[in-house]
Design a protein around this ligand. Structure first.
Ligand code: ACO
Length: 370
Protein backbone atom coordinates (compact mmCIF):
# COMPACT_ATOMS: atom_id res chain seq x y z
CA UNK A 1 0.00 0.00 0.00
CA UNK A 2 1.43 3.38 -1.05
CA UNK A 3 -0.21 6.56 0.19
CA UNK A 4 -1.15 9.38 -2.20
CA UNK A 5 -0.53 12.46 -0.11
CA UNK A 6 -3.49 14.84 -0.07
CA UNK A 7 -5.41 12.26 -2.18
CA UNK A 8 -4.15 14.26 -5.17
CA UNK A 9 -5.54 12.89 -8.42
CA UNK A 10 -7.59 10.23 -6.62
CA UNK A 11 -11.13 9.84 -7.95
CA UNK A 12 -13.04 9.13 -4.73
CA UNK A 13 -16.67 9.10 -5.92
CA UNK A 14 -18.99 9.63 -8.85
CA UNK A 15 -21.11 12.78 -8.86
CA UNK A 16 -23.50 14.47 -11.28
CA UNK A 17 -23.49 17.85 -9.54
CA UNK A 18 -20.49 19.79 -10.82
CA UNK A 19 -17.54 19.02 -13.03
CA UNK A 20 -14.10 20.45 -13.76
CA UNK A 21 -12.99 19.23 -17.17
CA UNK A 22 -10.09 20.85 -19.04
CA UNK A 23 -10.26 23.81 -16.67
CA UNK A 24 -13.99 24.42 -17.33
CA UNK A 25 -16.29 24.38 -14.30
CA UNK A 26 -19.92 23.39 -14.81
CA UNK A 27 -22.88 22.97 -12.49
CA UNK A 28 -25.10 20.15 -13.77
CA UNK A 29 -23.38 20.55 -17.15
CA UNK A 30 -23.92 24.34 -17.46
CA UNK A 31 -20.74 26.39 -17.81
CA UNK A 32 -20.11 28.62 -14.80
CA UNK A 33 -19.50 31.55 -17.19
CA UNK A 34 -23.07 31.19 -18.46
CA UNK A 35 -24.49 30.99 -14.93
CA UNK A 36 -22.38 33.89 -13.66
CA UNK A 37 -23.75 36.11 -16.45
CA UNK A 38 -27.38 35.01 -16.33
CA UNK A 39 -28.52 33.11 -13.23
CA UNK A 40 -29.60 34.21 -9.77
CA UNK A 41 -28.16 32.40 -6.77
CA UNK A 42 -31.60 30.90 -5.95
CA UNK A 43 -31.80 29.41 -9.48
CA UNK A 44 -28.33 27.92 -8.98
CA UNK A 45 -29.27 26.42 -5.60
CA UNK A 46 -32.34 24.85 -7.22
CA UNK A 47 -30.17 23.53 -10.06
CA UNK A 48 -27.75 21.92 -7.61
CA UNK A 49 -30.46 20.31 -5.47
CA UNK A 50 -32.91 19.20 -8.17
CA UNK A 51 -30.63 18.66 -11.19
CA UNK A 52 -32.26 21.13 -13.60
CA UNK A 53 -33.06 24.85 -13.77
CA UNK A 54 -36.40 25.75 -12.16
CA UNK A 55 -39.49 26.90 -14.07
CA UNK A 56 -40.87 30.26 -12.98
CA UNK A 57 -43.35 28.63 -10.56
CA UNK A 58 -40.71 26.27 -9.14
CA UNK A 59 -38.41 29.24 -8.53
CA UNK A 60 -41.23 31.25 -6.93
CA UNK A 61 -41.97 28.31 -4.65
CA UNK A 62 -38.31 27.92 -3.64
CA UNK A 63 -38.05 31.65 -2.96
CA UNK A 64 -41.15 31.41 -0.73
CA UNK A 65 -39.71 28.40 1.14
CA UNK A 66 -36.39 30.21 1.67
CA UNK A 67 -38.16 33.33 2.83
CA UNK A 68 -40.46 31.40 5.20
CA UNK A 69 -37.53 29.61 6.87
CA UNK A 70 -34.97 32.43 7.08
CA UNK A 71 -35.66 33.32 10.73
CA UNK A 72 -33.59 31.44 13.33
CA UNK A 73 -34.93 30.17 16.69
CA UNK A 74 -34.67 32.70 19.51
CA UNK A 75 -32.75 30.10 21.57
CA UNK A 76 -29.97 30.17 18.94
CA UNK A 77 -29.90 33.99 19.05
CA UNK A 78 -29.63 33.82 22.85
CA UNK A 79 -26.75 31.32 22.58
CA UNK A 80 -24.91 33.58 20.11
CA UNK A 81 -25.21 36.38 22.66
CA UNK A 82 -23.27 34.17 25.09
CA UNK A 83 -20.31 33.55 22.75
CA UNK A 84 -17.10 35.24 23.94
CA UNK A 85 -16.65 38.67 22.34
CA UNK A 86 -13.64 37.81 20.20
CA UNK A 87 -15.01 34.50 18.87
CA UNK A 88 -13.72 33.64 15.40
CA UNK A 89 -16.56 34.10 12.89
CA UNK A 90 -16.20 30.61 11.38
CA UNK A 91 -16.09 29.05 14.86
CA UNK A 92 -19.28 30.95 15.71
CA UNK A 93 -20.91 29.77 12.48
CA UNK A 94 -19.86 26.14 13.09
CA UNK A 95 -21.32 26.18 16.60
CA UNK A 96 -24.54 28.00 15.69
CA UNK A 97 -25.27 25.76 12.69
CA UNK A 98 -24.69 22.68 14.82
CA UNK A 99 -27.10 24.00 17.44
CA UNK A 100 -29.81 24.70 14.82
CA UNK A 101 -30.19 20.91 14.62
CA UNK A 102 -31.38 20.87 18.24
CA UNK A 103 -34.41 22.98 17.29
CA UNK A 104 -35.30 21.21 14.05
CA UNK A 105 -38.11 18.71 14.63
CA UNK A 106 -37.05 16.88 11.45
CA UNK A 107 -33.36 16.65 12.40
CA UNK A 108 -33.48 12.85 12.71
CA UNK A 109 -35.78 12.20 9.72
CA UNK A 110 -33.56 10.64 7.06
CA UNK A 111 -36.14 10.59 4.22
CA UNK A 112 -35.11 12.41 1.02
CA UNK A 113 -38.08 14.78 1.33
CA UNK A 114 -37.12 15.77 4.90
CA UNK A 115 -33.45 16.13 3.93
CA UNK A 116 -34.39 18.41 1.04
CA UNK A 117 -36.51 20.54 3.38
CA UNK A 118 -33.56 20.70 5.81
CA UNK A 119 -31.20 21.68 2.96
CA UNK A 120 -33.51 24.60 2.12
CA UNK A 121 -33.76 25.61 5.79
CA UNK A 122 -29.97 25.49 6.20
CA UNK A 123 -29.57 27.64 3.08
CA UNK A 124 -32.15 30.11 4.38
CA UNK A 125 -30.79 30.28 7.94
CA UNK A 126 -27.06 30.38 7.38
CA UNK A 127 -27.07 34.05 6.21
CA UNK A 128 -29.30 34.97 9.17
CA UNK A 129 -26.84 33.35 11.60
CA UNK A 130 -23.85 35.18 10.07
CA UNK A 131 -25.62 38.56 10.12
CA UNK A 132 -26.91 38.00 13.67
CA UNK A 133 -23.43 37.13 14.95
CA UNK A 134 -21.89 40.14 13.17
CA UNK A 135 -24.36 42.51 14.85
CA UNK A 136 -24.40 40.88 18.30
CA UNK A 137 -20.62 41.13 18.64
CA UNK A 138 -20.94 44.88 18.03
CA UNK A 139 -23.52 45.13 20.81
CA UNK A 140 -26.40 45.55 18.34
CA UNK A 141 -29.66 43.59 18.14
CA UNK A 142 -30.00 41.19 15.19
CA UNK A 143 -32.36 42.26 12.40
CA UNK A 144 -35.15 39.89 11.38
CA UNK A 145 -35.02 38.72 7.74
CA UNK A 146 -37.24 40.52 5.24
CA UNK A 147 -39.86 38.55 3.30
CA UNK A 148 -39.84 38.33 -0.51
CA UNK A 149 -36.29 39.45 -1.19
CA UNK A 150 -33.29 37.49 -2.44
CA UNK A 151 -30.72 35.85 -0.16
CA UNK A 152 -28.13 38.44 -1.24
CA UNK A 153 -30.45 41.36 -0.53
CA UNK A 154 -31.52 39.92 2.80
CA UNK A 155 -27.98 39.25 3.97
CA UNK A 156 -26.82 42.82 3.28
CA UNK A 157 -30.02 44.16 4.85
CA UNK A 158 -29.68 42.02 8.00
CA UNK A 159 -26.03 43.01 8.31
CA UNK A 160 -26.50 46.77 8.07
CA UNK A 161 -30.19 47.45 8.72
CA UNK A 162 -30.21 49.50 5.49
CA UNK A 163 -31.81 48.75 2.13
CA UNK A 164 -28.79 47.69 0.02
CA UNK A 165 -27.90 49.32 -3.32
CA UNK A 166 -28.88 47.28 -6.39
CA UNK A 167 -25.22 47.05 -7.50
CA UNK A 168 -24.20 45.61 -4.11
CA UNK A 169 -26.95 42.97 -4.29
CA UNK A 170 -25.94 42.12 -7.86
CA UNK A 171 -22.24 41.80 -6.96
CA UNK A 172 -22.90 39.61 -3.92
CA UNK A 173 -25.33 37.44 -5.87
CA UNK A 174 -22.72 36.84 -8.57
CA UNK A 175 -20.14 35.95 -5.93
CA UNK A 176 -22.61 33.45 -4.42
CA UNK A 177 -23.24 31.89 -7.85
CA UNK A 178 -19.49 31.50 -8.39
CA UNK A 179 -18.85 29.86 -5.00
CA UNK A 180 -21.88 27.53 -4.91
CA UNK A 181 -20.20 24.24 -5.79
CA UNK A 182 -16.84 22.93 -6.79
CA UNK A 183 -16.75 19.18 -7.25
CA UNK A 184 -14.93 17.29 -4.47
CA UNK A 185 -13.26 20.23 -2.70
CA UNK A 186 -12.05 19.70 0.87
CA UNK A 187 -15.20 20.91 2.68
CA UNK A 188 -17.56 18.99 0.38
CA UNK A 189 -15.47 15.87 0.86
CA UNK A 190 -15.64 16.39 4.65
CA UNK A 191 -19.44 16.65 4.41
CA UNK A 192 -19.67 13.49 2.32
CA UNK A 193 -17.35 11.53 4.65
CA UNK A 194 -19.50 12.52 7.63
CA UNK A 195 -22.87 11.61 6.13
CA UNK A 196 -21.51 8.41 4.56
CA UNK A 197 -21.67 6.99 8.10
CA UNK A 198 -25.43 7.78 7.80
CA UNK A 199 -25.02 10.66 10.19
CA UNK A 200 -27.45 13.57 9.68
CA UNK A 201 -27.30 16.59 7.35
CA UNK A 202 -26.49 19.05 10.17
CA UNK A 203 -23.44 16.97 11.13
CA UNK A 204 -22.36 16.97 7.47
CA UNK A 205 -22.66 20.75 7.15
CA UNK A 206 -20.94 21.31 10.51
CA UNK A 207 -17.96 19.18 9.34
CA UNK A 208 -17.88 21.14 6.10
CA UNK A 209 -17.79 24.50 7.90
CA UNK A 210 -14.84 23.25 9.96
CA UNK A 211 -12.98 22.25 6.80
CA UNK A 212 -13.79 25.52 5.00
CA UNK A 213 -12.37 27.54 7.89
CA UNK A 214 -8.73 26.69 7.10
CA UNK A 215 -6.50 29.18 5.23
CA UNK A 216 -5.69 26.65 2.51
CA UNK A 217 -9.41 26.52 1.61
CA UNK A 218 -12.10 29.13 2.39
CA UNK A 219 -9.94 31.08 4.81
CA UNK A 220 -7.73 32.28 1.94
CA UNK A 221 -10.03 35.20 1.00
CA UNK A 222 -9.51 36.77 4.44
CA UNK A 223 -5.78 36.17 4.20
CA UNK A 224 -5.75 37.97 0.81
CA UNK A 225 -7.38 41.05 2.36
CA UNK A 226 -4.96 40.96 5.29
CA UNK A 227 -2.15 40.97 2.71
CA UNK A 228 -3.63 43.90 0.74
CA UNK A 229 -3.98 45.89 3.97
CA UNK A 230 -0.40 45.06 4.90
CA UNK A 231 0.87 46.12 1.47
CA UNK A 232 -1.00 49.39 1.91
CA UNK A 233 -0.60 50.85 -1.60
CA UNK A 234 0.31 49.99 -5.16
CA UNK A 235 3.81 51.47 -4.79
CA UNK A 236 4.65 48.96 -2.04
CA UNK A 237 3.63 45.87 -4.03
CA UNK A 238 6.95 45.26 -5.74
CA UNK A 239 9.07 45.19 -2.57
CA UNK A 240 6.45 43.23 -0.58
CA UNK A 241 5.87 40.47 -3.13
CA UNK A 242 9.56 40.20 -4.08
CA UNK A 243 10.44 39.60 -0.44
CA UNK A 244 7.69 36.99 0.02
CA UNK A 245 8.71 35.13 -3.12
CA UNK A 246 12.40 35.28 -2.18
CA UNK A 247 11.49 33.76 1.23
CA UNK A 248 9.46 31.06 -0.57
CA UNK A 249 6.32 32.17 1.25
CA UNK A 250 2.93 31.40 -0.25
CA UNK A 251 0.96 34.29 -1.71
CA UNK A 252 -2.63 33.82 -0.63
CA UNK A 253 -5.23 33.67 -3.39
CA UNK A 254 -2.86 32.05 -5.91
CA UNK A 255 -2.54 28.47 -7.06
CA UNK A 256 -5.06 25.67 -7.02
CA UNK A 257 -4.96 21.92 -6.60
CA UNK A 258 -7.06 21.34 -9.72
CA UNK A 259 -6.65 24.42 -11.95
CA UNK A 260 -3.10 24.79 -13.13
CA UNK A 261 -4.00 27.19 -15.99
CA UNK A 262 -6.24 29.54 -14.03
CA UNK A 263 -9.44 29.39 -12.04
CA UNK A 264 -12.41 30.17 -14.36
CA UNK A 265 -14.21 32.00 -11.52
CA UNK A 266 -11.44 34.54 -10.97
CA UNK A 267 -12.10 36.65 -14.11
CA UNK A 268 -15.70 37.35 -13.06
CA UNK A 269 -14.56 38.51 -9.64
CA UNK A 270 -11.78 40.59 -11.17
CA UNK A 271 -14.33 42.36 -13.39
CA UNK A 272 -16.59 42.97 -10.39
CA UNK A 273 -13.68 44.26 -8.33
CA UNK A 274 -12.89 46.76 -11.11
CA UNK A 275 -16.52 47.93 -11.41
CA UNK A 276 -16.98 48.30 -7.66
CA UNK A 277 -13.66 50.15 -7.36
CA UNK A 278 -14.92 52.68 -9.93
CA UNK A 279 -18.33 53.05 -8.29
CA UNK A 280 -16.87 53.50 -4.79
CA UNK A 281 -14.19 55.82 -6.15
CA UNK A 282 -11.45 53.71 -4.61
CA UNK A 283 -9.35 51.77 -7.10
CA UNK A 284 -6.51 51.09 -4.68
CA UNK A 285 -7.51 47.48 -3.76
CA UNK A 286 -8.01 46.65 -7.42
CA UNK A 287 -4.79 48.33 -8.54
CA UNK A 288 -2.77 46.52 -5.86
CA UNK A 289 -4.40 43.22 -6.81
CA UNK A 290 -3.57 43.64 -10.51
CA UNK A 291 0.06 44.46 -9.71
CA UNK A 292 0.33 41.44 -7.39
CA UNK A 293 -1.18 39.23 -10.09
CA UNK A 294 1.30 40.53 -12.68
CA UNK A 295 4.21 39.72 -10.39
CA UNK A 296 3.07 36.32 -9.10
CA UNK A 297 1.94 35.10 -12.52
CA UNK A 298 5.01 36.56 -14.20
CA UNK A 299 7.54 35.16 -11.76
CA UNK A 300 5.91 31.93 -10.53
CA UNK A 301 3.43 31.10 -13.30
CA UNK A 302 0.70 30.92 -10.64
CA UNK A 303 -2.75 32.31 -11.47
CA UNK A 304 -5.26 33.86 -9.07
CA UNK A 305 -7.94 31.59 -7.65
CA UNK A 306 -11.55 32.43 -6.67
CA UNK A 307 -10.39 33.94 -3.38
CA UNK A 308 -8.04 36.56 -4.79
CA UNK A 309 -10.49 39.11 -6.20
CA UNK A 310 -13.28 38.12 -3.76
CA UNK A 311 -11.31 40.03 -1.14
CA UNK A 312 -11.47 43.42 -2.91
CA UNK A 313 -15.09 42.80 -4.01
CA UNK A 314 -16.30 42.21 -0.44
CA UNK A 315 -14.23 45.10 0.89
CA UNK A 316 -15.83 47.43 -1.69
CA UNK A 317 -19.20 46.25 -0.35
CA UNK A 318 -17.98 47.37 3.11
CA UNK A 319 -18.17 43.84 4.47
CA UNK A 320 -15.77 43.23 7.39
CA UNK A 321 -12.83 41.01 6.51
CA UNK A 322 -13.69 38.20 8.92
CA UNK A 323 -17.10 37.72 7.26
CA UNK A 324 -15.53 36.75 3.91
CA UNK A 325 -15.23 33.05 4.73
CA UNK A 326 -18.73 32.91 6.29
CA UNK A 327 -20.02 34.41 2.98
CA UNK A 328 -18.28 31.58 1.17
CA UNK A 329 -20.24 29.22 3.47
CA UNK A 330 -23.52 31.07 2.72
CA UNK A 331 -23.00 30.12 -0.91
CA UNK A 332 -21.33 26.71 -0.58
CA UNK A 333 -24.01 25.32 1.75
CA UNK A 334 -26.07 24.86 -1.44
CA UNK A 335 -23.34 22.61 -2.87
CA UNK A 336 -22.65 20.82 0.42
CA UNK A 337 -26.30 19.89 0.87
CA UNK A 338 -26.65 18.82 -2.79
CA UNK A 339 -23.65 16.52 -2.29
CA UNK A 340 -25.05 15.21 1.01
CA UNK A 341 -28.34 14.33 -0.74
CA UNK A 342 -26.38 12.62 -3.53
CA UNK A 343 -24.28 10.69 -1.00
CA UNK A 344 -27.41 9.34 0.75
CA UNK A 345 -28.88 8.29 -2.63
CA UNK A 346 -26.04 5.90 -3.36
CA UNK A 347 -24.19 5.55 -0.10
CA UNK A 348 -21.09 3.61 0.77
CA UNK A 349 -19.08 4.22 3.93
CA UNK A 350 -15.96 6.26 3.07
CA UNK A 351 -13.12 4.53 4.82
CA UNK A 352 -9.75 4.61 3.06
CA UNK A 353 -6.54 2.99 4.33
CA UNK A 354 -3.28 4.45 5.64
CA UNK A 355 0.22 3.40 4.70
CA UNK A 356 1.78 2.53 8.06
CA UNK A 357 5.13 4.23 8.70
CA UNK A 358 5.54 3.60 12.45
CA UNK A 359 7.80 1.10 14.23
CA UNK A 360 7.17 -2.66 13.94
CA UNK A 361 7.65 -5.65 16.24
CA UNK A 362 7.50 -3.61 19.42
CA UNK A 363 6.71 -5.16 22.81
CA UNK A 364 4.73 -3.81 25.72
CA UNK A 365 7.13 -2.39 28.34
CA UNK A 366 5.87 -2.38 31.95
CA UNK A 367 5.56 1.18 33.26
CA UNK A 368 8.32 0.76 35.89
CA UNK A 369 10.79 -0.18 33.12
CA UNK A 370 10.13 2.83 30.83
N1 ACO B 1 2.24 31.17 -3.54
C1 ACO B 1 3.50 30.80 -3.80
N2 ACO B 1 3.82 29.56 -4.22
C2 ACO B 1 2.82 28.68 -4.36
C3 ACO B 1 1.48 29.01 -4.11
C4 ACO B 1 1.21 30.31 -3.68
N3 ACO B 1 -0.03 30.70 -3.42
N4 ACO B 1 0.69 27.94 -4.35
C5 ACO B 1 1.51 26.97 -4.74
N5 ACO B 1 2.79 27.41 -4.73
C6 ACO B 1 3.97 26.64 -5.09
C7 ACO B 1 4.32 25.71 -3.93
O1 ACO B 1 5.17 26.31 -3.01
C8 ACO B 1 4.95 24.56 -4.67
O2 ACO B 1 6.23 24.92 -5.03
P1 ACO B 1 7.44 23.85 -4.96
O3 ACO B 1 7.04 22.78 -5.95
O4 ACO B 1 8.63 24.66 -5.31
O5 ACO B 1 7.44 23.34 -3.54
C9 ACO B 1 4.14 24.46 -5.96
O6 ACO B 1 3.64 25.79 -6.19
C10 ACO B 1 2.98 23.49 -5.87
O7 ACO B 1 2.14 23.89 -4.79
P2 ACO B 1 1.40 22.93 -3.78
O8 ACO B 1 1.17 23.67 -2.49
O9 ACO B 1 2.09 21.63 -3.70
O10 ACO B 1 0.05 22.72 -4.54
P3 ACO B 1 -1.24 22.14 -3.90
O11 ACO B 1 -2.03 21.57 -5.00
O12 ACO B 1 -0.97 21.26 -2.72
O13 ACO B 1 -1.88 23.46 -3.29
C11 ACO B 1 -3.14 25.26 -2.74
C12 ACO B 1 -2.95 24.12 -3.73
C13 ACO B 1 -3.27 24.71 -1.31
C14 ACO B 1 -4.41 26.01 -3.09
C15 ACO B 1 -1.90 26.20 -2.83
O14 ACO B 1 -1.78 26.72 -4.15
C16 ACO B 1 -1.96 27.32 -1.81
O15 ACO B 1 -1.59 27.11 -0.65
N6 ACO B 1 -2.44 28.52 -2.22
C17 ACO B 1 -2.57 29.62 -1.30
C18 ACO B 1 -3.86 29.43 -0.47
C19 ACO B 1 -5.11 29.66 -1.26
O16 ACO B 1 -5.22 30.63 -2.02
N7 ACO B 1 -6.09 28.79 -1.06
C20 ACO B 1 -7.40 28.89 -1.73
C21 ACO B 1 -7.59 27.77 -2.70
S1 ACO B 1 -9.09 27.95 -3.61
C22 ACO B 1 -10.28 27.51 -2.53
O17 ACO B 1 -10.14 26.75 -1.63
C23 ACO B 1 -11.56 28.11 -2.70
Amino acid sequence: MTATKGLEGIVATTSSISSIIDGVLTYRGIDIDDLAENASFEEVAYLLWYGSLPTKSELDQLRRQLSDSAAIPDSVVQQIKLYPKNTNTMAALRTAISSLALYDAEAGDMSREANLRKAIRLQAQLPTVVAAFARIREGKEPIAPKADVSISYNFLYMLTGKEPEAIAVEALDKALVLHADHELNASTFAARVTVATLSDIYSGVTSAIGALKGPLHGGANEAVMAMLEEVGGVNNVEAYISEKLANKEKIMGFGHRVYKNGDPRAKHLQKMSHELGKITNNMSWYDMSIKIEDMVTGQKGLKPNVDFYSASVYTSLEIPRDLFTPIFAISRVSGWTAHILEQYENNRLIRPRAEYTGPVNQKYVPIENR
